[in-house]
Design a protein around this ligand. Structure first.
Ligand code: ATP
Ligand code: MG
Length: 303
């Protein structure tokens, strides 16, 4: 359904220091599936999601949505595709107008795209339907954002995201600002909605427990690259980075080990952290497939 090929983003804004935030990533999300994208802070998860939507232009690479190359569409055509992809961000406050009542924010998509309202339906009826789906009361929708809790705000953002029946909802750490029990409720809500609406989910998180709970497939990112991707990745990790993070019991959030030495130019992205590196690792490995699993490591067969 959506596919990124060779996606690369180099930011050049910090003086002369160029940051390769996303480095030659191939990613695919199929209709109705959940892909958990997991990786430590700063590894490029949000940048990759913004590239998939072309909210920022890739330095290299292409994005295809239902076979159409988005990178070659005109702005107007792109807008109609973007309608099918919605983002639920980390901070719901940032996605809601503080001066609007929650109900107005939830219904905004119907004002922008009046043709999206099912024939014969009033906006008020759709609002009630959406509130029911996300578990908000009409009284809550009559309030302003500062009068709701973080979990309630995130439900409102989700209601707006599903209003136009998107094919894909990108959730960028949607629960990281919430307490643990609210987190669990929002994750359950997203799973229920996905089953009811049949949309695909890209669930971005730095919490491997959450990734494990939500993903049909998991992609593990490190240093701008996807190092491992497939089913049961966190149960049967093959890449040294995935094995490291899954070996730390209850580690929750991911964090990077201390580098053991400087990274040689052109070497594997995990080179300076890897205790299993060999001479081959001085050359960045290609993604290899092992029975449905994709792993970017020269030494997988020894794993
Ligand atoms: N607009 C930008 N200009 C310059 N550098 C940027 C920009 N956006 C992101 N970066 C850098 O790109 C890298 C990847 O950032 P990104 O936000 O994609 O990481 P992330 O995996 O989403 O992290 P987090 O888990 O903290 O949200 C970081 O080093 C970040 O500082
Ligand atoms: Mg991010």
């Amino acid at each position: 359904m959506i596919e990124g090929r060779g996606l690369t983003k180099i930011f050049a804004s910090r003086g002369k220091n160029r940051i390769t935030a996303v480095d030659g990533v191939d990613i695919r999300i199929d209709t109705g599936e959940t892909l958990a994208l997991v990786g430590e802070s700063g590894c490029g998860k949000s940048t990759l999601s913004r590239l998939l939507l072309l909210l920022i232009p890739p330095t290299r690479g292409e994005v295809f949505f239902e076979g159409q190359p988005l990178t070659r569409l005109k702005e107007k055509e792109l807008r109609s595709v973007r309608r099918k992809i919605q983002i639920v961000p980390q901070q719901p406050e940032s996605a809601l107008n503080p001066r609007w009542k929650i109900a107005d924010s939830i219904c905004e998509p119907y004002r922008i795209h009046p043709d999206a309202l099912p024939p014969g339906r009033q906006i008020g009826e759709e609002l009630d339907r959406l509130l029911g789906l996300v578990g908000l009361e009409p009284e809550q929708a009559a309030r302003y954002p500062h009068q709701l809790s973080g979990g309630e705000l995130q439900r409102a953002v989700i209601a707006r995201a599903i209003a136009l029946e998107p094919a894909l909802v990108i959730c960028d750490e949607p629960t990281s600002m919430l307490d643990v029990s609210t987190q669990a409720a929002i994750v359950r809500l997203l799973q229920t909605l996905q089953q009811k609406l049949g949309c695909a989910l890209l669930f971005i998180t730095h919490d491997q427990g959450l990734a494990h709970a939500i993903g049909n497939r998991t992609a593990v990112m490190f240093g701008g690259k996807i190092v491992e991707e497939g089913k049961d990745v966190l149960d049967r990790p093959l890449h040294p980075f995935t094995r490291r993070i899954t070996s730390i019991p209850d580690s929750g959030s991911l964090s990077c080990p201390e580098p053991q030495e400087a990274r040689a130019p052109g070497s594997c992205v995990y080179y300076q952290f890897c205790s299993e590196k060999t001479e081959k690792c001085l050359k960045s490995p290609e993604m290899q497939e092992y029975g449905g699993r994709r792993v970017s490591c020269h030494n997988v067969s020894h794993a």
